[in-house]
Design a protein around this ligand. Structure first.
Ligand code: ROI
Length: 157
């Protein structure tokens, strides 16, 4: 069965409860959770005048297509009452499909591996806990290496 990785984020309400609730709801949709990273407090990236995030990553098994997994992620966001306040703004839950096996997908609705993940420490740091040796298919680099590279780059700024 294909293995996928999903990033979790929340910066409104009880952030930890929100991440845990999302994981429970994913199970109800037939997603088999194989690993959960620790949850890390991170500074907002992109739009910075918003509360700190709590971020995590999960490893899961899913027997349908990546498009169907995306539908499940969006359904869980809806069930949790996510409303879009502004682009790149605060949210009670954000579920991003990072990797789906070694597939490379670029359609209107779905880009896998998630675009820009190699520039986001809040994605790579939790992911590196549960998938250090997984290779990003379009980069041929492991998650661990990408995180080291990013930290090196950030340190040079
Ligand atoms: N910044 C952090 N630290 N964590 C996120 O989950 C996150 N999500 C986003 C933007 C607004 C880009 N910044 C973020 O969508």
């Amino acid at each position: 069965m294909p293995i996928a990785y999903v990033a979790l984020g929340s910066n409104l309400g009880n952030k930890k409860e929100n991440l845990l609730q999302a994981i429970e709801l994913l199970k109800n949709h037939g997603v088999n959770i194989l690993a959960v990273s620790s949850f890390l407090v991170t500074k907002p990236y992109g739009v910075t005048d918003q509360p700190d995030f709590l971020n995590g990553a999960i490893k899961l098994e899913y027997d349908k297509s990546p498009e169907e997994l995306l539908e499940v992620l969006l359904a869980v966001e809806q069930e949790m009452g996510r409303v879009r306040l502004r682009h790149w703004g605060e949210r009670i839950i954000d579920l991003d499909l990072l990797l789906f096996g070694q597939e490379v997908i670029e359609t209107k609705n779905l880009v896998v591996p998630h675009k820009d993940m190699e520039n986001r420490e809040f994605v790579l740091a939790p992911l590196a806990e549960i998938a250090p040796q997984v290779v990003l298919p379009n980069r041929n680099e492991t998650i661990e290496k990408l995180l080291t590279n990013l930290r090196k780059r950030d340190g040079e700024k």
